[in-house]
Write a protein that binds this ligand. Structure first.
Ligand SMILES: CC(C)(COP(=O)(O)OP(=O)(O)OC[C@H]1O[C@@H](n2cnc3c(N)ncnc32)[C@H](O)[C@@H]1OP(=O)(O)O)[C@@H](O)C(=O)NCCC(=O)NCCS
Length: 141
């Protein structure tokens, strides 16, 4: 199977969002609307990637950093294309882009019951942190 890793562009948003409905439904929020993804891609130019097989987007990774730490979201591959190393290619490309900006550590979030995601990130050498909680706040003061 020939897989191409390409920069994610907003023109592909509809195809990507349709893919996320299959792979990542639980993780989707208003932050994934077209306006917000446009903003994300503009702020983190060239970092997010898609995997293309025979002209179809079959995998995604959103990648960026805040000037201090890298963050990866929506690491996903369509079910019928899994276990061919596509996610590994996407993730390593994204991490290389983050590293090129001088950032030396990247964080990911995964649901506690997502054993698939955990197996994947562990296989890449990501270490599970047991010393942290994630706290979130809706910015409406
Ligand atoms: C997690 C996900 C992105 C992996 O995609 P993938 O293209 O199949 O992953 P790869 O083929 O690159 O796998 C790389 C390594 O990860 C590990 N891995 C991947 N899937 C695994 C599974 N089902 N069980 C155990 N280990 C697995 C293996 O070590 C694998 O290497 P190997 O195939 O040589 O054994 C994909 O399963 C997915 O989209 N899941 C739903 C969305 C999701 O949960 N994303 C993660 C959010 S944190």
């Amino acid at each position: 199977m020939e897989v191409q890793i390409k920069e994610m562009i907003i023109q592909d948003y509809e195809e990507i969002f349709a893919m996320w409905q299959i792979t990542s439904k639980r993780a989707l929020s208003k932050a994934d609307d077209k306006k917000e993804i446009t903003c994300y891609l503009n702020r983190n130019k060239g970092m997010s990637q898609v995997a293309v097989v025979a002209g179809r987007i079959v995998g995604t990774v959103l990648a960026g950093h805040d000037g201090r730490r890298g963050f990866i979201h929506h690491m996903a591959v369509l079910p019928q294309y899994r276990r061919h190393g596509i996610a590994r290619k996407l993730a390593t490309t994204a991490i290389a882009r983050i590293e090129e900006d001088g950032i030396d550590k990247t964080h990911i979030f995964t649901y506690k019951d997502n054993s698939l995601g955990q197996a994947f990130w562990s296989s890449l050498g990501f270490i599970q942190r047991n010393d942290l909680f994630v706290y979130s706040f809706d910015n409406k003061l």
